[in-house]
Write a protein that binds this ligand. Structure first.
Ligand SMILES: *[C@@H]1O[C@H](CO)[C@@H](O)[C@H](O)[C@H]1NC(C)=O
Ligand SMILES: *[C@@H]1O[C@H](CO)[C@@H](O)[C@H](O)[C@H]1NC(C)=O
Ligand SMILES: *[C@@H]1O[C@H](CO)[C@@H](O)[C@H](O)[C@H]1NC(C)=O
Ligand SMILES: *[C@@H]1O[C@H](CO)[C@@H](O)[C@H](O)[C@H]1NC(C)=O
Length: 185
């Protein structure tokens, strides 16, 4: 019995040593030899505005006033390959936008870009940031990704190309620049 216990404890020590070695090796790998892949992607966000079946205000202090603090818009927008909304669908932009500042100007946005076409099909990119209602060009951080795009990080420049002031239909050009593939950078 005693011998058996002794055997167990030394084999535990061995495992711990082995684990530490593996951990040290993998840390060394990620710092020195992991080169993240860098990708640039241009897609177009077809924003149907608050009055479409693709979007709806949910828990909102001011459901009908998109410049009032507390207004919350959820979106399920089409993302296309070209500027025309009839061009090839490459994915969807699921988002939550809310007015954060008392003057109604500052928006906080959280967007999941669900990719449905191409090499990253089935993967997602997660973006978040702040913009002013008046900004024609916005920048959000890409803070992560899933599946093939795990550990993604970078930024997206969203340029508003067109807004219909009656329907709020809008088209934005999104230029995404990001790295992925390494656990540390
Ligand atoms: C919407 O909210 C803003 C900011 O609180 C306010 O100035 C404006 O009068 C409101 N508009 C309407 C139509 O209630
Ligand atoms: C496409 O854009 C036009 C305006 O350019 C708009 O009237 C139409 O509703 C849009 N179609 C879709 C499917 O969003
Ligand atoms: C805005 O959309 C409406 C409805 O689709 C359309 O009748 C109108 O011409 C559009 N306005 C502009 C400036 O494109
Ligand atoms: C739509 O509204 C914006 C902001 O108020 C304004 O700058 C723009 O000229 C308007 N566009 C049209 C076609 O009326």
């Amino acid at each position: 019995m005693a011998r058996h216990l002794q055997f167990s404890s030394s084999s535990i020590k061995l495992c711990v040593t082995l684990l530490l070695t593996i951990f040290a090796c993998s840390m060394a790998t990620s710092y020195s030899s992991c080169r993240p892949k860098e990708t640039k992607m241009v897609v177009y966000l077809q924003d149907n505005g608050p009055a479409s079946p693709y979007a709806s205000g949910v828990v909102s202090a001011a459901p009908d006033n998109s410049t009032a603090r507390g207004y919350i818009l959820t979106t399920d927008n089409r993302v296309t390959e070209k500027v025309s909304n009839k061009s090839c669908l490459v994915g969807r932009g699921l988002g939550i936008y809310t007015i954060a500042s008392p003057d109604g100007n500052d928006v906080v946005a959280f967007i999941s870009f669900i990719i449905e076409k191409g090499v990253f099909s089935g993967s997602t990119l997660q973006m978040q940031g702040q913009h002013s209602q008046l900004d024609k060009v916005r920048e959000y951080a890409i803070v992560g990704g899933t599946k093939k795009l795990r550990y993604a990080r970078g930024y997206v420049i969203l340029e508003i190309l067109y807004v219909n002031n009656t329907t709020f239909y809008a088209v934005g050009k999104s230029t995404l620049t990001f790295q992925y593939g390494c656990t540390t950078y």
